[in-house]
Design a protein around this ligand. Structure first.
Ligand code: NI
Length: 163
């Protein structure tokens, strides 16, 4: 296992759109274990492959308090089930260090993904998982939490990051 370098805003590589995973092999296992190691070492609860400059649709996550419940989502996709049901949550991101901002997202979604072996799964999650998976899938699309903020706020964060 190896700890990977996390790209930070405004690195242009964070804007790349990730491609679907097609091979469920040893190399995918190595990537996910490196991503988990990196996420734990950095104190994050979720990490998308894009953030470590791997542009494939891979997300790792651990929402448990003890940080002992690693989850892996390959090729995750979601559909909004009710766009009137919203949840505001103070989000942070390893790629935007030192910033926590309230972001509002739909909290009623249908989620599908594959596991490390390529088996398909689906769920209708709620709460923190809903927020977190949308945040991480945004990364795979080249989108960042700062995109939800006003241009003024985003400009301030960019300025701070370049110092
Ligand atoms: Ni993030």
């Amino acid at each position: 296992m190896a700890k990977l370098k996390v790209l930070t805003f405004p690195d242009p590589r964070l804007r790349k759109v990730a491609v679907p995973v097609k091979k469920f092999d040893k190399s995918l296992e190595n990537i996910t274990s490196d991503m988990l190691e990196t996420m734990y070492a950095e104190g994050g609860i979720g990490l998308a492959a894009t953030q470590v400059d791997i542009h494939e649709r891979i997300i790792v996550m651990d929402l448990s308090e003890e940080q002992n419940d690693p989850k892996i989502f390959i090729n995750p996709e979601y559909k909004i089930l009710n766009d009137k049901s919203l949840l505001s949550f103070s989000e942070g991101c390893l790629s935007v260090p030192g910033v926590n901002e309230e972001i509002t997202r739909p909290d009623s979604i249908y989620l599908s993904w594959q596991d490390i072996k390529g088996n398909f799964h689906e769920a209708e999650p709620s709460g923190l998982l809903t927020v977190c998976i949308q945040h991480e899938i945004d990364h795979l699309e080249g989108k960042l939490m700062v995109d939800y903020l006003s241009p003024l706020k985003r400009g301030r964060i960019r300025k701070k990051a370049s110092k």
